[in-house]
Design a protein around this ligand. Structure first.
Ligand code: HEC
Ligand code: HEC
Length: 302
């Protein structure tokens, strides 16, 4: 037998014995002369296993953020809004980002290949883009990042501002809308009106629901003078007061009845979440400079 081939076989055999995990490749390869024989000796480096996701909140002792809730205002007609969340791994271990999900197809994350590992002590940026086509008023979307050390929820908000010219153009439309609403306060939940006044409230609760369903009128900068500022209490306001106003509205005004049972769009659960949110955030007594929350008995907030 040729001495060189014998040497190759000896090498190959020892490689097979020493590294059983590469056996399949070694056998599958036709025995080429000399040099490539060394290839099976190179240990096959397996891809690092993806760590399992952890349930629970990603602690700020692990990752710190410049913000968790980013709000911007853009002019009407803007199509894409970029958001950047800066974060730092302040722990002593790597953190692996496994996925980033958003609450709307209109909002996307620009990501490196997953899994995305953040070495200890280093910082990086999570870039999000919100697409505003078909959107109006204030848009709020959530972004959920899942890591091997827990998950984190971030919020992106955008307020679409009316341009001077479009405000003027829309003023005839606004009068028309107000006439319709005065004739039938429930009109805002129907037809095209629903795109802005009902759709954004779907499936929301609490603060988000307030912004979508109530804020569109009560927090609007250029709202009609007949729409009151809810941050001013004109009388004592308890949970019943809020519930009655929200559920039933007021006939003969532009304040609609929101309860599904009265032709509105909100379930009892949604109304309950609004009452809870309003009791916590709005003043309950007129002419009181003390913080609203202090006057709320714990039971009323639930
Ligand atoms: C279409 C616009 C519109 C929307 C949407 C709307 N409101 Fe109103 N709301 C009004 C108007 C107009 C009045 C004034 C009624 C009147 O003349 O007495 C009013 C009055 C009120 C009042 C009584 C006044 C006060 O200062 O306490 C409350 C409470 C109230 N709204 C809460 C809400 C809540 C909560 C929501 C969301 C579920 C909501 N409104 C959504 C237009 C609106
Ligand atoms: C493109 C989104 C959009 C549509 C569609 C829309 N609204 Fe509105 N509506 C708003 C905004 C935003 C406000 C807050 C006031 C403002 O900025 O003009 C508002 C306010 C109102 C108000 C409070 C009074 C005021 O002008 O401040 C009433 C009443 C109202 N809308 C009724 C309607 C009715 C009725 C329709 C359908 C015929 C309708 N809206 C369709 C966005 C919309």
């Amino acid at each position: 037998m040729n001495v060189r081939i014998a040497a190759v076989l000896a090498l190959l055999t020892s490689a097979l014995l020493a590294a059983p995990q590469v056996q399949a490749q070694a056998v599958a390869q036709p025995a080429p002369p000399l040099v490539p024989v060394l290839a099976p000796l190179t240990p096959v480096v397996p891809a690092p296993p993806t760590p399992p996701p952890q349930v629970g909140e990603l602690a700020t002792s692990i990752i710190t953020w410049n913000t968790l809730d980013k709000a911007v205002s853009v002019d009407f007609g803007t199509v894409n809004v970029p958001y950047e969340f800066l974060f730092t791994n302040v722990s002593t271990e790597p953190v692996t980002i496994l996925s980033v999900r958003t609450s709307c197809g209109c909002t996307t994350a620009q990501l490196p290949p997953m899994p995305w590992t953040i070495p200890p002590g280093s910082n990086d940026a999570l870039n999000i883009t919100m697409n505003l086509i078909g959107k109006a008023g204030t848009v709020v979307k959530s972004v959920t990042m899942q890591t091997d050390k827990g998950m984190k929820n971030l919020l992106v908000r955008c307020t679409i501002l009316q341009l001077q010219s479009s405000t003027q153009m829309a003023s005839g439309m606004r009068e028309h809308n107000q006439m319709l609403a005065l004739a039938d306060p429930q009109a805002i939940f129907k037809g095209d009106c629903a795109n802005c006044h009902a759709e954004p409230a779907k499936g929301k609760l609490g603060k988000e629901l307030y912004t979508a369903a109530c804020g569109i009128c009560h927090e609007a900068e250029h709202r009609a003078s007949s729409v009151p500022d809810l941050k001013v209490a004109k009388q004592e306001r308890n949970a019943e007061y809020w519930r009655n106003w929200i559920s039933g509205g007021k006939q003969g005004t532009m304040m609609p009845a929101f309860s599904v049972g009265l032709g509105g769009i909100l379930t009892d659960e949604q109304i309950g979440s609004l009452v809870e949110h309003l009791m916590k955030t709005m003043p309950t007594k007129p002419n009181l400079s003390t913080h609203a929350g202090a006057a709320v008995p714990a039971a009323a907030a639930h």
